[in-house]
Each structure stands twice: as C-alpha cells, then as structure tokens.
Design a protein around this ligand. Structure first.
Ligand SMILES: Cc1cc2nc3c(=O)[nH]c(=O)nc-3n(C[C@H](O)[C@H](O)[C@H](O)COP(=O)(O)OP(=O)(O)OC[C@H]3O[C@@H](n4cnc5c(N)ncnc54)[C@H](O)[C@@H]3O)c2cc1C
Length: 441
C-alpha cells in the first residue's frame, strides 16, 4: 500500500497562493487535470502538473510504467537528434521485408497496413526536412537531464539519473562511415563526440572485443539503471500528494462549448478542467476524437535481460551495425532495441530478441550470464520521428503528449514541463511548433 498524502491542505493552498502573481488571470491556478496513460510520459506530465498545484487523476487500465516504458534501454539520449529516416533510408525497405532478424523488419502481411506510414516516412527524408527534424529533436532532448533531475529528486530516486555517457561500437570502417551523416547532424547541434580507434578502444573498456575498429564516445549522455523503478517512484509520489489512479481504459470525451467536460471510461466518467492524452501507441483513437487523426504506428522493440552477467560494459554501448543498446542495469545487463513493423496485435517474434544477443557476443566476447528474460514493447511512433505535443484543435482544454518513438524516456520530463506550461496558459520553455498534430493534415 502506498503512504498517505504528506502535504496538508493548508500548506498546499499557501504554496499555490505564492505562485498567484505568475498566472494569467483567466487560467485557474488549481485545475482538475485528467492524464490518460500512466507510462513514463503521462507520469512525467502528471508530476510536473502536480508540482504546479493541480489536482491529478491518472487513467490507465495497466499499473504505472508497465507498458512500453517498462522495457526500454534506459538511455537518456540527449544526442538522439538523428531521425530514423535519413536521405536514402527508404531504399532499404525491400531489405527490411526479407530478413526477420535484421535491425529493422516489416512483416509482409502488415505491409498494406503500414504502407501509408512508410510513404510519409519517405517524405520526411529529404535533407532540408531532416535538418528541421534534427533541430526540433535536439531542442527537446538536450535538456533531458536538467528536466529529469527535479522529478527524480521529488520521487526520492536521484540515483536513477546517471550521466556517464554512451559509446557506439563499430566492427568495420564501412559501418563507421555509414553513420557519418548521423555524426554530422549531432556535431551541427553541438553534441560532444570523441572517436577512438585501435588500442585506445580496449584502454577505454577492456571488456570490448579487439575486433572493434571504432568507438564513438558521447560523454554527455545519461542512463537510468531501472526504468520501471523510476516510473513507480513517480507514481508513488503522485499518489502521496493526492493523485487518484483510475484503473480503467479511457474511451472518449464529453465535449461542450469547445471544452472537454469529462473523460468517458469503461466505468464512471472522470470530471476534468483539463485533459492530457498520453496513451502511447494507443493514443490515436482518443486524439482523433479531439480533432487530430495522426498517423501513429507502433515500432515494436525487444529486450533481453541477462541476469548475473560475467562482465558489463563501463557505460551503455550501442551497436552501430545492430541498432541495439546494451545497458548495465540493476537487474543485470539489458540488451534492447531493433524495430519491427507488425502492428499492435501480432505475436512477438523472439528470434529478433535472440539475434541481438548473438550480435552482442561479438562486441563483448567474454560475456557469460545466467537466466535470460525476454520482452517486447510498443514504441509509439510518428513517421517523421517527432512526437505530438500541444493543444487539441477541437477542445481548448485538451493537450497531446504522445508519439515519442525511440526517445520517450528521454523526452518525458521535457514534455511534462511543456504540458504543464500549456495547462497554465504560459508559453512553453521551447518552441513546440514542430510537434503540432496539424503537420499531418
Ligand atoms: C526496445 C526499446 C528500447 C527503448 N529504449 C529507449 C531508450 O533507451 N531511451 C528512450 O528515451 N526511449 C527508449 N524507448 C522508447 C520509450 O520506451 C517509449 O518512447 C516510451 O516508453 C513511451 O512512453 P509512453 O508513456 O508514451 O507510452 P507507454 O509506456 O506505452 O504508456 C502508455 C500508457 O497508456 C495506457 N493506455 C493505452 N490506451 C489507454 C486508454 N484507452 N486509456 C487509458 N490508458 C491507456 C497504456 O496502458 C500505457 O500504460 C525504447 C523503446 C523500446 C521498445
């Protein structure tokens, strides 16, 4: 059982009063805010909103943090300003259909469903568009650690925000060269990058294979050694401060006069002054009811949790070739990544997860481990690698915070701050025009 609220009503009112002068007159200081979805994005939004003094209800049939947010690679990727689609990437699509264990795979029978998304994906790969996307991603992600630290402090888990950097491994000069554009985009955004070759790689981390030709160090990156514990800690603090958790799915909204009055669930409705849609890969049916029918797809990813690993890399490593991360975590070594386009309902293909382990063994040849736990999860992804964050067109008091794809853990805290600013009627700390749902009209 979670502890009872620690702050009494009087002290909460006083802390709200002290903020009164910073509020626009027409926005109530204390609103009843319903957040749909208690993944890491919904939890970060709710935490920020509660810090502003609002009364929170989180609606989710699942326990907090136990869907996509449970199994990610745990990386706070400040430098992930490189979209999935780069010039020429779409030419690889035929190859993605053939190899079920490749870094990116499309299940043949899902191709007709995902074709419109792939078309939009292709349209986002011109160099000018890639540069726009990269700048918008950079502005959102580069602040991740600054935005996460106060949330983690508040949830009493500051140890879950670690900043030691990431390293990208390459087994050939050709693979290193193939990632040149990604490095160039990062450099343009001012990301610190160091390239090691030859013996310097093993000097940096003796666990790494001598077969590696290049190691690209990104020293400013961070990681979370236990993403589920982070989500649970946020949820616990929210509940301690009076947030209500409603364990039912949201089905729609009662809207009148251009405002959402209540969220309809598979039980009693939830009255709200403001609503945030943060239902991850399932957000589209809800956002469509609020005027935003966006091309949300799921990029399915896998992880393997290796218990009691004989060695772990010094810092999280990412394979330049294999598109997976290996992150030292509290429960062992987590190997996570790859992309599979197969929809929300298809059964997992565990060969994809096992293939990552084969690839990791080439990078960490002395790795031995005990049990292996497999997991598959649904990244909520838009074809241009940008999330949807902003106000709904059909309801002045409804907000979107979904579609964070490969960077939802990283972007959750900055997104939470943006949403809290919007609910308060303030200009967000950054320009969010690139994230509007209207870009797909
Ligand atoms: C293999 C893998 C590795 C990854 N690695 C990283 C990484 O290292 N760093 C990083 O930043 N990101 C990473 N990601 C991405 C990141 O995990 C996701 O972007 C993030 O978890 C999305 O969070 P979310 O809260 O939007 O969605 P979710 O965690 O999926 O939460 C959505 C919630 O909405 C609820 N919901 C759905 N429908 C309804 C409804 N109708 N009513 C109410 N609730 C509903 C669900 O039950 C769920 O709890 C990775 C993802 C994968 C798969």
């Amino acid at each position: 059982m979670m502890p009872r609220p620690r702050q009494d009503a009087g002290s909460r009112r006083r802390s709200l009063e002290s903020r009164d002068e910073t509020k626009p007159r027409n926005v109530p200081v204390r609103q009843r805010v319903a957040v749909i979805g208690a993944g890491v994005v919904g939890l970060a939004c709710a935490s920020r909103l509660q810090m502003q003094g609002h009364e929170l209800t989180l609606i989710d049939p699942r326990p907090p943090g136990e869907y996509c947010s449970l199994g990610n690679a745990g990386c706070f990727s400040r430098a992930s300003c490189v979209p999935l689609g780069l010039p020429g990437t779409w030419r690889k699509v035929p190859g993605w259909l053939i190899d079920p264990t490749g870094p990116l795979h499309i299940r043949l029978r899902y191709l007709p469903r995902v074709a419109p998304w792939l078309l939009r994906f292709q349209r986002s790969t011109s160099m000018p568009r890639v540069e726009q996307i990269s700048s918008a991603l950079h502005r959102l992600l580069t602040v991740t650690l600054d935005k996460w630290r106060p949330l983690a402090e508040r949830a009493r888990v500051p140890e879950l925000i670690v900043q030691r950097g990431h390293a990208f491994t390459y087994e050939s000069a050709a693979a290193f060269d193939a990632d040149a554009l990604g490095r160039e985009l990062r450099r343009r955004q001012g990301v610190a990058i160091e390239v090691l070759t030859g013996g310097a790689i093993r000097d940096f981390d003796p666990a790494l294979s001598p077969r590696l030709t290049h190691l690209v160090l990104l020293p400013e990156q961070g990681h979370c050694p236990n993403p589920l514990r982070l989500s649970r800690a946020l949820a616990e603090r929210l509940q301690m401060e009076g947030a209500r958790f409603v364990a039912r799915p949201a089905r729609g909204f009662e809207v009148a006069g251009g405002r959402v009055l209540r969220v309809l669930t598979e039980g009693d409705p939830v009255d709200a002054d403001a609503v945030v849609v943060a239902a991850g890969a399932h957000s589209n049916s809800l956002s469509a009811q609020l005027g935003a029918d966006v091309p949300l797809e799921t990029e399915r990813g896998y992880h393997l949790m290796l218990e009691s690993p004989s060695i772990v890399p010094r810092i999280p490593i990412a394979s330049g070739e294999g598109k997976y991360f290996a992150t030292p975590m509290e429960g062992g070594l987590r190997v996570a990544g790859t992309v599979e386009l197969a929809g929300l309902d298809a059964a997992p293909d565990w060969r994809r997860a096992d293939a990552m382990l084969g690839k990791l063994r080439r990078v960490l040849p002395l790795l031995r481990h005990a049990n292996v736990e497999r997991w598959m999860g649904h990244r909520p992804s838009l074809p241009d690698s940008l999330p949807v964050i902003g106000r709904a067109s059909r309801a002045a008091n409804a907000y979107f915070a979904f579609g964070h794809g490969h960077v939802g853990l990283t972007a959750a805290a900055p997104t939470g701050e943006i949403v809290a600013d919007l609910v308060a009627g303030r200009a967000p700390f950054m320009d969010i025009s690139a994230f509007t749902a209207d870009r797909f009209r």
